[in-house]
Design a protein around this ligand. Structure first.
Ligand SMILES: Nc1ncnc2c1ncn2[C@@H]1O[C@H](COP(=O)(O)OP(=O)(O)OP(=O)(O)O)[C@@H](O)[C@H]1O
Length: 366
């Protein structure tokens, strides 16, 4: 069966900016997330898929059909913008029905049933008769989202669709998007700056840097095995340690710049980072949740994968506790609430930090 969306070698030039050599393949079961800093080309990518820009080269196939040169109205793609773009002279209800009317479906009783369901689920049924100028930013966003969903396109493009919502409404909308995606086989490409949203919703994740896809794949693969320090940093890589990979006793090890030794590194990860002298500058990523933290007993010292540090800050979260430490560098560990309750640690205390070799991930280069 053809992919829902197949982008090959896409290049777009607008002014001094370019999207370069973009390759994306999505099935309808995919919930794709696009992450990247401001100005890296996320909106332009969505708009090119939707048909608002013509690429300089490359192809966009949708369900086996080449749509590269088609105008937006012939693509059957829904696009919801962050800043809503509602028609000011239409009521909320008319705005939501607008896309369906254009496609000649507005008389269909099913559309109205679905509309009732959507506006109820989005908590906007009480504003259907209002005009956009009398809506809050969050209400406008939900109206724009409802309009895009009501068209029931096979592919829905969402450009930061929840950015104006309060945390509770945002979480309810995320749940709704997840349900609609699962129940209706609707492919979604969702641009967000929100790391948690990306990890919760995405089955596919692409991180963009200056118009280029830096890395793409399953969110957990990118989370634990980022290919570059840029991706690691963007996915909140907590402990990124500069140092060198070296060969020792038939294995690869990592020597942190402050002198701590980690290893043996998982097979393959060291070889990629070694040059012909068996030594290369690299970065080691240790996820906060992979650091084990215990109360220090005996004299403070370090052995491979284990070192002493002092607690400098403690941040309580809803589901876990972040513990920041200093000693041979700066560290962030993450404890479950149960672990935290058991340890009862305090700021200033000396603790022992340790990791297992399997949780070490090397990022070649600086
Ligand atoms: N029509 C255009 N002509 C020239 N340059 C453009 C045009 N549209 C966007 N750009 C530039 O292209 C770059 C990427 O823009 P884009 O809107 O895709 O960024 P973005 O990743 O969506 O950013 P943000 O997260 O801030 O929304 C920016 O530098 C922007 O100024």
């Amino acid at each position: 069966m053809s992919a829902l969306l197949e982008i090959r070698g896409l290049q777009l030039n607008v002014g001094r900016f370019a999207l370069q050599n973009m390759n994306i393949s999505l099935q309808s079961s995919d919930y794709a997330i696009i992450l990247g800093p401001t100005g890296c080309g996320k909106t332009l990518l969505l708009e090119t898929i939707a048909g608002h820009y013509t690429p300089a080269c490359g192809t966009i196939m949708m369900q086996g059909r080449n749509i590269t040169g088609l105008p937006p109205e012939q693509r059957h793609i829904g696009l919801a913008y962050q800043d809503s773009l509602l028609y000011p002279f239409l009521t909320v209800k008319e705005n939501i029905l607008f896309g369906s009317r254009v496609r000649g479906k507005a008389g269909d009783p099913q559309i109205f049933r679905y509309l009732d369901h959507l506006v109820e689920a989005m908590s906007i049924s009480h504003i259907l008769g209002r005009y956009p100028e009398h809506l809050s930013g969050g209400e406008k966003q939900r109206v724009s989202l409802a309009r895009a969903i009501l068209k029931r396109p096979p592919l829905l493009l969402l450009d930061e669709p929840l950015s104006a919502l309060d945390p509770r409404t945002r979480s309810a909308m995320q749940e709704l998007l997840r349900e609609i995606h699962a129940a209706e086989g609707l492919g979604i490409i969702h641009v967000t700056h929100d790391f948690t949203e990306a990890m919760q919703l995405g089955t596919y994740l692409a991180v963009l840097k200056k118009g280029v896809i830096e890395q793409a794949g399953r969110p957990l693969d990118l989370f634990f095995h980022p290919a570059t320090a840029y991706v690691a940093g963007f996915l909140q890589g907590e402990n990124l340690l500069p140092g060198k990979v070296l060969a020792m006793n038939g294995s690869s090890w990592f020597l942190q710049n402050n002198g701590l030794l980690f290893g043996p590194l998982p097979p393959g990860s060291g070889a990629a980072a070694q040059n012909k002298h068996g030594l290369q500058t690299s970065t080691l990523l240790i996820r906060a949740g992979n650091i084990r933290l215990t109360r220090e007993r005996g004299p403070a010292g370090s052995t491979p994968n284990s070192w002493a540090a002092s607690i400098s800050r403690i941040v309580l979260n809803r589901t876990h506790v972040d513990v920041y430490c200093t000693g041979n560098g700066s560290w962030q560990a993450s404890l479950t609430l149960a672990e935290w309750r058991e340890l009862q640690l305090a700021k200033g205390e000396t603790v022992n930090l340790s990791v297992t070799p399997e949780s070490l991930h090397i990022i070649p280069g600086n």
